[in-house]
Ligand binder design. Structure first.
Ligand SMILES: *Cc1c(COP(=O)(O)O)cnc(C)c1O
Length: 408
């Protein structure tokens, strides 16, 4: 009987004891709303914002209800309006085009490359063709493009960059934290991301006027002076009258859970990468399987793992997924024709009227993806790699046999 992996790919770590104790304190005093403070009291939410700004080196930080809200808020603060076009990479998750559509704006999808990052040559073409003034760049599955080159291109074309860092919290490009290249960085603290408060989001920026807008948008009423990681009150002088309230605040309970996790973020990143390297080593030189090359400047946090079965027949990829599933290894395929679970494809977002993107289709047809929760041990990851290697090899040999028969 071949080995079967017993772990659960969706099981994250429990909330740490410090986080539980802090959450209980908030519940005992009952002031869950961020602006419900005693005289002189700094709310958990304001403290989290200050700490996240310090951790990323940003001047300002705003805690919000979700990562999707953070992206929508960033676009509104940049003045994106209904009918505007917003560029985004075609390999991403549904909340990204969804945030664009929530403003009545229209996503313009940009091709991705085999290293799973945005194709800068296509970005250049799409900027010219669309006239879009904003790029919502999704660092999908933690893969970061050459940020110097991207910023040079976008700055030169007058395109503002919003970074979707749902998968890059704690990561960096060439020493600069992910989320610090564009005008806004957006993060999610939903359960499957790098910090877990069930739902939640964070927004960072160095731009005082845009951040003042984001704060009013998030639902601060005239209580923006209770934000510590915020621009000074004079920046709000006119903005507070001009900016609608689109409530999406974070509450003190979530912030209390997150603050201790932020203190452990760097260490958790190291643990994730150790697991990643075990899987990578176990899959290296598997015939038919392509590992994703990662540049030296990319300081990633690998909370998930991707590999390519490049140019494989769909039936063979499905065979690998089914065989691995029987042995307890949960692989998601981004090439499936019908959207399933979180694996939606750009062409399933029909409201966005997506064009055909042949290069992205070819990449998506070959990507397999799995989570690496921190509840896994290095031994678990070695076993997972052995199972994938065995099943990929078995299907590859069978396919190879078919191909030989075909040419005989
Ligand atoms: C999860 C996710 C988001 C949005 O986060 P929510 O907090 O769930 O709204 C955005 N982009 C990507 C790539 C994500 O995976």
């Amino acid at each position: 009987m071949s080995e079967v992996f017993q772990g659960a790919f969706t099981q994250q770590e429990p909330i740490c004891d410090d986080g539980i104790a802090a959450a209980v304190r908030v519940m005992r005093h009952g002031r869950l709303h961020r602006y419900n403070t005693l005289p002189g009291e700094v709310s958990e939410t304001a403290a989290l914002e200050q700490e996240f700004a310090t951790a990323t080196g940003a001047k300002f930080c705003l805690a919000v209800a979700s990562g999707g809200y953070a992206m929508g808020c960033a676009m509104r603060a940049l003045g994106v309006r209904a009918g505007d076009r917003v560029l985004t990479n075609a390999f991403t998750l549904a909340p990204v085009p969804g945030a664009i559509a929530s403003l009545g704006a229209r996503p313009v999808f940009v091709e991705v490359r085999e290293d799973l990052t945005i194709d800068l040559a296509d970005l250049d073409r799409q900027i010219a063709a669309s006239g879009a003034r904003v790029l919502l760049l999704s660092h999908m599955r933690g893969h970061i493009c050459d940020m110097q080159a991207l910023m040079a291109l976008c700055d030169g074309a007058g395109v503002a960059v919003i970074e979707d860092c749902a998968h890059t919290m704690g990561a960096a490009w060439d020493g600069v934290p992910s989320g610090r290249h564009g005008v806004f960085g957006c993060y999610s603290t939903q359960t499957y991301k790098h910090m877990n408060s069930g739902e939640g989001g964070l927004l960072i920026s160095d731009d005082p006027e845009r951040m003042a807008r984001a704060i009013i948008l998030s639902g601060s009423y005239m209580l923006y002076d209770r934000h510590d990681a915020a621009p000074p009150p004079e920046v709000f002088a006119d903005i507070r009258y001009e900016t609608p309230n689109v409530s999406g605040r974070m509450d003190n309970l979530r912030a209390a859970i997150l603050r201790p996790q932020l203190r452990n973020l760097a260490q958790r990143g190291e643990t994730w990468n150790a697991l990643y390297h075990v899987v990578e080593a176990g899959l290296r030189d598997t015939p038919g399987l392509t590992l994703i090359q990662r540049p030296e400047k990319e300081q990633f946090v690998a909370s998930s793992f991707q590999f390519l079965l490049r140019d494989w027949a769909a039936s063979a990829v499905q065979d690998v997924v089914a065989r691995c599933a029987r042995r307890g290894v949960d692989l998601k395929w981004f090439g499936a024709a019908e959207p399933a679970a979180f694996t939606s494809r750009y062409d399933s977002w029909r409201y966005a009227d997506p064009p055909k993107l042949p290069q992205t289709d070819r990449v998506l047809a070959g990507i397999l993806d799995m989570r690496l929760p921190l509840t896994f041990s290095p031994e678990d990851c070695a076993q997972i790699a052995r199972i994938i290697r065995a099943e990929v090899s078995a299907v590859w040999q069978a396919e190879d046999g078919i191909a030989r028969e075909g040419t005989a």
